[in-house]
Design a protein around this ligand. Structure first.
Ligand SMILES: O=C(O)CCC(=O)C(=O)O
Length: 193
């Protein structure tokens, strides 16, 4: 089953059950243990503070990606990440050379409004975003018409595909919530040029 969002100038498809709940639970445990989670920092109003999540960048040899204002060298793929990557590639018939992994430890962790529009992602990036663990809200907002928004519940085992001109016209975020007290892992597969 898939659900194509009807948002102008966006190409966003949601696949709610790419992985079964049993496999999603297993993969969550493995990823939680295996990924070398790092605490990133950002400068906000002149002060250095911890980002409200942990993250890690994995990819093919020597890949370098700039996110949150920092250059990151790809870590070597783990077995679990390679297994998931193969599954996604076979399903979408698209190859990916890297992933950005995010760990939201509870509802206090979040990701603010942004577009995945870094130069290294190319003109119309294809971003395949997988979720494991706690369900979190994912919001899209049109950049020129901010009243045009859409909210999705990203459930465990689901895949969200963003492609075409989505990143030119929309920002997205994972807002804080006081309704979630357990962790979620997000893997965003990307192609760094
Ligand atoms: O956690 C998510 O679903 C979104 C992650 C995200 O926006 C990103 O990595 O750019």
């Amino acid at each position: 089953m898939l659900h194509k969002l009807s948002l102008p100038k966006a190409d966003v498809i949601f696949y709610p059950n790419l992985f079964s709940q049993q496999e999603s639970n297993l993969l969550f445990e493995k990823l939680y243990r295996e990924i070398q989670w790092e605490q990133g920092q950002i400068k906000l109003f002149g002060k250095i503070i911890d980002e409200p999540r942990q993250s890690a960048f994995y990819g093919d040899n020597c890949l370098i990606y700039t996110y949150s204002g920092k250059k990151q060298q790809a870590k070597i793929w783990t077995q679990t990440l390679l297994y998931i990557k193969e599954k996604i590639e076979d399903f979408l018939l698209i190859g990916f050379n890297s992933i950005l992994a995010n760990l939201y430890r509870n509802g206090k962790d979040s990701m603010g409004w942004h577009s995945d529009n870094e130069k290294e992602l190319g003109l119309n990036p294809i971003i395949a975003s997988l979720s494991f663990g706690a369900t979190r809200c994912f919001q899209l907002k049109h950049i020129g018409k901010p009243s045009l928004t859409h909210t999705l519940e990203l459930t465990s085992g689901s895949l969200l595909l963003m492609q075409g001109t989505t990143q030119h016209y929309y920002k997205h975020q994972v807002p804080k919530t006081n309704k979630v007290d357990h962790p979620r892992i997000n893997l965003t597969f990307r192609n760094i040029l």
